[in-house]
Every structure is written in structure tokens, then in C-alpha cells.
Design a protein around this ligand. Structure first.
Ligand code: APR
Ligand code: PHB
Length: 390
């Protein structure tokens, strides 16, 4: 078969790009190695930058997001038993974020493909990229006993951190930057009323905690835990008791607990692969970069990659203008690294590290003292949190 753009990976990056291109009449196909149910079973973060929300609307996938998502104009940082609200709306010149689960984003994108006829192949095995440096690249994959070839103009590697696309770039071409954090996040989903109408990022000597939500009846909580912890080490009761210890007393007293409907531990890493282009292959989303979830930048960094690729490919096909494609890696990485910086800064500031000396601990307290005392510092946090311009 022949398409214009072959997209590897049916997660948010691949689905959003294919939907945007499909609407513009660009012929695409998405090759996803898992089943649709498996992809939709993943629990991921739930804070959308205003730029990402705009892209979803442009992809004609924004109706349920706007109906069910919650506009949040502020977040809290708690420390020393105190809640400190950061007015995102005020300090970001009127912007906000949309709290809406990534699983729902992915569901809406799948529904749009069903509605508009975008081509997605599930259970595509042994996806292999060929002739990426030529002007006639192709991709092969196995479906049962049959090997299928997809000829295309461009290949988009949207297959996540463990995908096949990034490793298809020769090691002597690729430069990788990585920082692995000495702790993980234990996450719980519970059908309980959220403890706070806005997210609470808790800095505590026992470790970081986060109070988030999916709706007014579905709460999402996280605890920083040692890397060696396993999910089976944590009963629901132990989780709730530890969360209460890290929350301000008043907040802890209002916490509604209940059985976990999902419980998992995720490691934290910062990672960037450069360049994000190799011949006719373009990397997007987790295939090229990973952030610790503290700043909720993972999906949102994928959003700016998709934005740049979408406009570059439409310019190529409609105006024979390749400037966007030629500039893609440089433009995408410029914004990716700003999201890396913000995620690293917030993670370092709010988590406890084994090598935190008394000096570093005092410095972190001072950083927060400065943040809450300076409109300019609050403006910097707010503009990063709601999303820097594309
Ligand atoms: N062939 C085909 N598909 C693959 C392959 C492969 N070899 N390897 C991985 N995939 C699929 C995965 O099954 C997954 O559905 O690619 C998809 C990649 O999706 P994500 O990992 O969600 O990455 P992305 O779409 O870039 O979304 C980034 O997801 O992981 C979160 O925190 C991250 O919020 C961020 C968002
Ligand atoms: C979540 O709701 O899963 C979430 C929200 C904000 C973050 C990280 C995770 O910074």
C-alpha cells in the first residue's frame, strides 16, 4: 500500500497528528503494535496546556474535552503545613489549564478516527523502518503470518520511549541526554471526591505528594516512594495514612479515602534524543523525550511536536514548502528543552533527594520563599505551567 505519511504508534502523539493530517486530506496510516483496548487501558496524567486543547479542537476532537474537562485557573503548593495558591490566570495573562485525563484524550482521538475514517492498524507486529535516507522510505509490519509493506513519503516515529523508531537512527548520529531520579511515584486512582478543587503539589520532609483529579468523583493521588518499593508493599490503608502525613492538617482532615481502582509505581526520568529527524523519519512525543511527571509536561511536549509536524507536512503537500520540515528538529527541541527545564526544576524543588545536604534543603526553602514573594517568579512558573507559546 502507499500513503503519504506512515505514523508508528497509536498513542496520543500518533493519533493527534494523523487526525489533523487526515482532516487536511493528507493520506496517513497509523501502525500500533497493541490492541485498542490495551492502549485505552493506560492511566496517564491529566493536565492539558491551552495550546494542546486548541489542537484537539482543531482536530475536531474537542467537544467532550470542553464539556467534561475542568478549567483550572490555579494550583497549590503546600509546605510546612501551609497551602499556597498560585493564581495561574493572573500570572499567565489570563491563561489556564484543562484537567482532562490522557486516557480520555486518546479515546476521543480514536472516536474521531472512527467517525472520519482515519486508517489505524492494531496489533501491527515487527514494525520495521526501511530506506529512511532515501526519497522512497517504506515500513513493513507483520499481521499474523503476512508481512505487509507500506510505501510512504515520510515516517513519523510516535511509538514512545520503548518504540522502534529512535533505535532506527544510527547510534553515531543520535545524541541522548538522560537524568534518572532516585525515587518513583506511587499513584492511586479512587472513586472518591477530590480533596481539593485544584491540584496540590506537596513538598514534605517525608517526600513529595500530589493531589489531582479526573472529575469530581474520581481522584488521582501520588506519593514519592523509594525506587526499591513495589506496589504490593503498599496497602490502600498505608497509602492513605502516608498521604495524610504529607498534607497540611486541615487538608488531611478533609481527605475522602476509598478503595484504589488502580495502583502503580512509575520511575522518573528526564530524557531527550537529538536530532528529532533522520532523513525521512521524524520523531514525536515520548519517542524523542521524557519528563518526570511533576510538571505535567509529557503529553503537552508531544503536543508541540505534533503542532510543528502538522504545519510542516501540510505546507509540504499544499505549498511545496519544506521550510517547516527542515526546521522541525531545531524548533521542536527548543520547546522540548524548556519543558525539560521546568520539569527538572519543579521535581528538584519539591522532592527529597538522598544527597540533599542541609545547605541544599535551605536553598530549596529559599527558592519557595522567593517564588511566593515575587510576581515575576510566579509569572515564570505560571507561563510554563499553562504552556509556553508554540
Ligand atoms: N510498533 C508499533 N507501535 C508501537 C511500537 C512498535 N514497535 N512500540 C510502541 N508502540 C506504540 C505503543 O503501544 C503506544 O501505544 O506506540 C504508542 C506510543 O504511545 P505513548 O507511549 O503514549 O507515547 P506518545 O503517543 O508520544 O504520548 C506521550 O504518553 O506516555 C505518556 O507521559 C507520556 O503523556 C505522555 C504521552
Ligand atoms: C495527574 O492527574 O495524573 C497529574 C497531574 C499533574 C501532574 C502529574 C500528574 O503534574
Amino acid at each position: 500500500m502507499k500513503v503519504q505519511v506512515c505514523i508508528i504508534g497509536g498513542g496520543p502523539s500518533g493519533l493527534l497528528l494523523s487526525q489533523l493530517l487526515h482532516i487536511q486530506g493528507v493520506k496517513t496510516i497509523v501502525l500500533e503494535k497493541r490492541s485498542r483496548d490495551y492502549v485505552l487501558s493506560r492511566i496517564r496524567a491529566g493536565v492539558l496546556e491551552h495550546g494542546f486543547a486548541r489542537l484537539m479542537r482543531e482536530a475536531k476532537c474537542g467537544e467532550r474535552m470542553d464539556r467534561e474537562g475542568e478549567v483550572h485557573e490555579g494550583v497549590f503548593i503546600s509546605r510546612n503545613g501551609q497551602l499556597n495558591r498560585i493564581d495561574l490566570h493572573k500570572y499567565s495573562d489570563g491563561n489556564s489549564v484543562l484537567v482532562y485525563g490522557q486516557t480520555e484524550v486518546t479515546r476521543d482521538l480514536y472516536d474521531a478516527h472512527d467517525r472520519d475514517g482515519g486508517a489505524i492498524v492494531h496489533n501491527a507486529e515487527d514494525v520495521t523502518l526501511h530506506d529512511l535516507k532515501s526519497d522512497a522510505p517504506f515500513v513493513t509490519y507483520r499481521s499474523g503470518d503476512e508481512t505487509i509493506r507500506v510505501d510512504c513519503d515520510y515516517v513519523i516515529g510516535a511509538d514512545g520511549f520503548h518504540g522502534v523508531s529512535r533505535p532506527s537512527i544510527p547510534k553515531d548520529t543520535l545524541k541522548e541526554y538522560e537524568r534518572v531520579y532516585p525515587f518513583g511515584w506511587l499513584g492511586v486512582l479512587s472513586r472518591t471526591k477530590p480533596v481539593s478543587p485544584e491540584l496540590i503539589y506537596c513538598k514534605h520532609e517525608r517526600g513529595f505528594a500530589l493531589c489531582s483529579l479526573r472529575s469530581q468523583v474520581l481522584s488521582r493521588y501520588y506519593l514519592q516512594v523509594p525506587l526499591e518499593d513495589r506496589v504490593e508493599d503498599w496497602s490502600d490503608e498505608a497509602f492513605w495514612e502516608e498521604l495524610k502525613r504529607r498534607l497540611p492538617a486541615q487538608t488531611a482532615s478533609e481527605l475522602v479515602t476509598g478503595p484504589s481502582i488502580e495502583k502503580s509505581i512509575a520511575p522518573l526520568r528526564s530524557f531527550v534524543a537529538e536530532p528529532m529527524r533522520y532523513g525521512r523519519l521524524f520523531l514525536a512525543g515520548d519517542a524523542a523525550h521524557i519528563v518526570p511527571p511533576t510538571g505535567a509536561r509529557g503529553l503537552n511536549s508531544a503536543g508541540s511536536d505534533v503542532y510543528y509536524l502538522y504545519h510542516a507536512l501540510v505546507a509540504h503537500y499544499k505549498k511545496a514548502d519544506d521550510a517547516g520540515l527542515d526546521l522541525y528538529s531545531e524548533r521542536a527541541l527548543a520547546r522540548v528543552w524548556k519543558a525539560q527545564r521546568f520539569s527538572w526544576w519543579l521535581t528538584t524543588l519539591l522532592h527529597t533527594f538522598p544527597d540533599d545536604t542541609p545547605y541544599l534543603k535551605r536553598l530549596k526553602e529559599t527558592e519557595l520563599d522567593y517564588l511566593f514573594s515575587s510576581d515575576k517568579a510566579l509569572g515564570s512558573l505560571a507561563e510554563n505551567y499553562v504552556g509556553l507559546p508554540y
